[in-house]
Design a protein around this ligand. Structure first.
Ligand code: F6P
Length: 380
């Protein structure tokens, strides 16, 4: 271990995600058992760093949490130290301040030599002033959306896919019984990874993702075809999906948040239009935060444990301000700030899209299989 690391802070920032506790456990146990480092848990993400809310973590504190959803430390997706809302003006406007120095006061009081930050690109951006002040920050990538650049996978994603797939399977039997169209809205603001993966896993008929703007007339044609066959249809739609030439549907706006927009409502919009245009009974299910809650599945426990261990290995190697990543099944690390402000979208030629199109799945754009059909021998 780099000789300067004696006390290590750890925080979880942004929206929670299955597997956070598994990372905390792996980091704390590796730090204490392998390197004799003291670990200080910072509560509620950067909010705890701003307000000096911390507690020591022992191996006992992190025992038995591997399987637990959420985060024992708490999280927060509004506390960005350099752009922090401290109240409202008399006319109701939010007041923004840079409170980074409060974070540094906590760092100094707690004598933190480094901080492990578990979060998405927004959380990594929050770490910038602390890193600039000389604290070594090591990031662990987290989001159920799986849209962080630099890593082929984030922990929590496969648990969300499993939850969504289970829901879509359940919708199938009730859709079949009632000869209905079921529209299921899943998370995915920029990237349609959850919709694509759970849609393929459940055999959904229509998959709508932000990367492929849809044409309602094409969706209607695909659904009418499907109703003439099995007599029911399942549509999975990412919250960030939008019609060609249209915009994403905003569910709520919080002007006191540095990330003020929350999407939501596209599922209902699509369902209403399908019902109006086809006359077929259509229902909507919005999975929302059920995708973020609950225990991580086995593969996420393993991924999170590996990420936590690798974060400690990167710290021990003396590297500074890095984020651990996995590419081609190999763990490595990239610059901490490389992810900020970018999203890893689903490529339009992704093999799963190609396979789904080949088996007749609609992406609401009217395009069929892009695999060239073999020419019959008689015509060749
Ligand atoms: O980015 C992760 C995510 O779960 C998105 O999929 C979703 O739009 C958003 O967070 C919801 O955030 P909140 O918990 O603030 O409603």
């Amino acid at each position: 271990m780099a000789p300067s690391i004696r006390r290590l802070g750890i925080l979880t920032g942004g929206g929670d995600c299955p597997g956070l506790n598994a990372v905390i456990r792996a980091v704390a146990k590796t730090a204490i058992l392998q390197y004799g480092i003291e670990v200080i848990g910072i509560e509620d993400g950067f909010q705890g760093l701003i307000e000096h809310r911390v507690r020591p973590l022992s191996t006992k504190d992190v025992s038995g949490i591997l399987t637990r959803g959420g985060t024992i430390l708490g999280s927060n997706n509004k506390a960005n130290p350099s752009h922090y809302c401290t109240g409202r003006t008399p006319s109701g406007e939010p007041i923004w301040e840079d409170v980074s120095e409060k974070c540094m006061t906590t760092v100094r009081r707690e004598r933190l030599d480094a901080i492990i930050v578990i979060g998405g690109d927004g959380t990594m951006a929050c770490a910038a002033p602390i890193a600039a002040a000389g604290v070594n920050v090591i990031g662990v990538p987290k989001t159920i959306d799986n849209d962080l650049v630099g890593t082929e996978i984030t922990f929590g994603f496969l648990t969300a896919v499993s939850t969504a797939t289970d829901a879509l399977d359940r919708l199938q039997s009730t859709a079949d019984s009632h000869h209905r169209v079921m529209v299921c809205e899943v998370m995915g603001r920029h990237g349609g990874w959850i919709a694509l993966t759970s849609g393929v896993a459940s055999g959904s008929d229509v998959i709508l993702i932000p990367e492929i703007p849809f044409d309602m007339r094409k969706i209607v044609a695909d659904i009418e075809r499907r109703m003439r066959g099995p007599g029911f249809a399942i549509v999975v739609v990412a919250e960030g999906a939008r019609p060609i030439g249209g915009s994403q549907v905003i569910g709520r706006y919080d002007d006191t948040s540095p990330d003020p927009i929350r999407l939501g409502g596209i599922g209902n919009m699509v369902a209403t239009q399908i019902a109006d245009l086809t006359g077929i009974e259509t229902r909507t299910t919005v999975l929302g935060h059920t995708q973020r809650g609950g225990a991580p599945i086995a593969s996420d426990r393993i991924l999170a444990t590996n990420f936590g261990f690798h974060a400690m290995a990167v710290l021990a190697s003396g590297k500074r301000n890095r984020m651990v990543v996995r590419e081609n099944n190999i763990f490595s690390d990239i610059d901490l700030f490389e992810t900020v402000g970018k999203q890893r979208l689903v490529p339009l030629d992704h093999p799963l899209i190609t396979a789904a199109r080949a088996i007749g799945t609609s992406f609401g754009d009217g395009a069929g299989s892009i695999i060239p059909k073999p020419i019959p021998a008689a015509l060749a």
